[in-house]
Design a protein around this ligand. Structure first.
Ligand code: PMV
Length: 310
C-alpha cells in the first residue's frame, strides 16, 4: 500500500492532580499526562467508519458510521465535519486507559482520531484542534479545555482557562490509581456544581478560593519533590470536592482505604460522581495501598510521572 494512504495519530490520557471543577470558574488546576492514552490509524476506504477498541482488553466496543446517533457516532460526525472532506475514511482507535473514569479517555480518543485523520487528509493543525474540540463538545458539553490540553500536550502542567499552559518540572512521582466506581457524566457533575453555586454563591466561592490556595501549595510541593506534603494537600482537595458535592461513598472509601494502608494522601480525580481515586505513598507503603484496593475488588493501575522541561 502507498504509505500516504494511511496515517497514525496518538493522544494521551490524563489525571487531574488538583483543581478540577474550580478550573471551570477560572481557578488554575494541575494535570499530569499519563504517557499512554489512545492510538488511531486512518486510511482511505470504501466506507467511512470508526472502530473503537478497548486496548486494555482488545474488546471491540463499537463500529460506527457518521450517521449513527450514539455519542461515539456523533463525535465521529463532528470530527469529520471540521475536515470538510468528500473522501471516505476508515479509522481504527484503541484506548489504553480505563474508559469513562476521569482519566481522559474521550479526549485521548479525540486527539488520536483527529491527528490520524488530519495527517491522512493533510489538514492544518488548526483543523485538528477544532476537530478535537468538536468531539469533546459531544461528550462533555462546554468543558474548561483541560482534558484536551492534556491529551494534546502531555507532561505535567498548570492550566488556567484561556491562558497558555505552564509546564512543571516533576520527577519520580508514582501515582497509584484505583477505579473505584463507574464514572458519571462530566456535564452532569459540572451542572450539579453550577446549581450549588447558584444556591450558595458565597460559600461556593470560598471553597474555590481554598482550592486555589491548595493548587498554589501543590505546585511548590510537586516541583520541590515533597510528595509527603503533596499527599496532605490531596486529602484537603478531596475534602473540598466533597464540599462541592462531587465525591461519593465508594470514592471516599477508596481514599480512606489508601490512607489506612499508609498512603501519604489520596484524592478523587476528574468530574467525580464515580470514577477513579489516586494516592501517593512511600515506596514501602505502595504495595499495601494497591492490595487494600484490590482486596475490595477495585481495579488498580500504576503510573510513573516524569515531566522534564529541560
Ligand atoms: O472529564 P473529567 O472527568 O476528567 O473532568 C473534567 C474536569 C472538570 O473540571 C470537572 C470539568 C472541566 O471541563 O474542567
Amino acid at each position: 500500500m502507498d504509505p500516504t494512504d494511511r496515517a497514525d495519530g496518538a493522544g494521551g490520557g490524563k489525571l487531574i492532580l488538583f483543581g478540577e471543577h474550580a478550573v471551570v470558574y477560572g481557578v488554575s488546576a494541575i494535570v499530569a499526562g499519563l504517557g499512554t492514552g489512545a492510538k488511531a490509524s486512518a486510511e482511505f476506504a470504501s466506507q467511512t467508519t470508526l472502530t473503537l477498541t478497548n486496548g486494555l482488553t482488545s474488546e471491540v466496543l463499537a463500529r460506527v458510521t457518521p450517521d449513527d446517533d450514539q455519542p461515539i457516532g456523533r463525535a465521529f460526525r463532528a470530527m469529520l465535519g471540521t475536515f470538510e472532506t468528500d473522501n471516505t475514511v476508515a479509522v481504527d482507535v484503541a484506548i489504553h486507559v480505563p474508559i469513562g473514569s476521569g482519566l481522559g479517555s474521550s479526549a485521548a480518543m479525540a486527539v488520536a482520531v483527529s491527528r490520524a485523520m488530519g495527517a491522512l487528509l493533510e489538514a492544518s493543525a488548526d483543523a485538528v484542534t477544532r476537530a478535537v474540540e468538536a468531539s469533546e463538545q459531544v461528550f462533555h458539553g462546554s468543558p474548561s479545555g483541560i482534558d484536551q490540553a492534556a491529551a494534546m500536550c502531555g507532561g505535567v502542567f498548570r492550566f488556567r482557562r484561556g491562558e497558555t499552559i505552564q509546564p512543571l518540572d516533576v520527577r519520580g512521582l508514582r501515582l497509584l490509581v484505583c477505579a473505584a466506581q463507574e464514572g458519571a457524566s462530566t456535564a452532569k457533575m459540572v451542572g450539579a456544581v453550577g446549581e450549588l453555586d447558584e444556591l450558595l454563591p458565597a460559600p461556593s466561592g470560598r471553597v474555590r478560593d481554598a482550592i486555589e490556595s491548595v493548587v498554589d501549595e501543590a505546585h511548590r510541593a510537586l516541583v520541590g519533590g515533597d510528595h509527603c506534603r503533596l499527599g496532605t494537600l490531596m486529602n484537603v482537595n478531596h475534602g473540598l470536592l466533597g464540599a462541592l458535592g462531587v465525591t461519593t461513598e465508594p470514592l471516599d472509601a477508596a481514599c480512606h482505604a489508601a490512607r489506612a494502608a499508609g498512603a501519604w494522601g489520596a484524592k478523587m480525580t476528574g468530574a467525580g460522581g464515580g470514577g477513579c481515586v489516586f494516592a501517593v505513598a512511600s515506596t514501602d507503603a505502595e504495595q499495601a495501598v494497591l492490595d487494600a484496593w484490590s482486596d475490595r475488588g477495585w481495579q488498580t493501575f500504576v503510573f510513573d510521572i516524569e515531566s522534564s522541561q529541560s
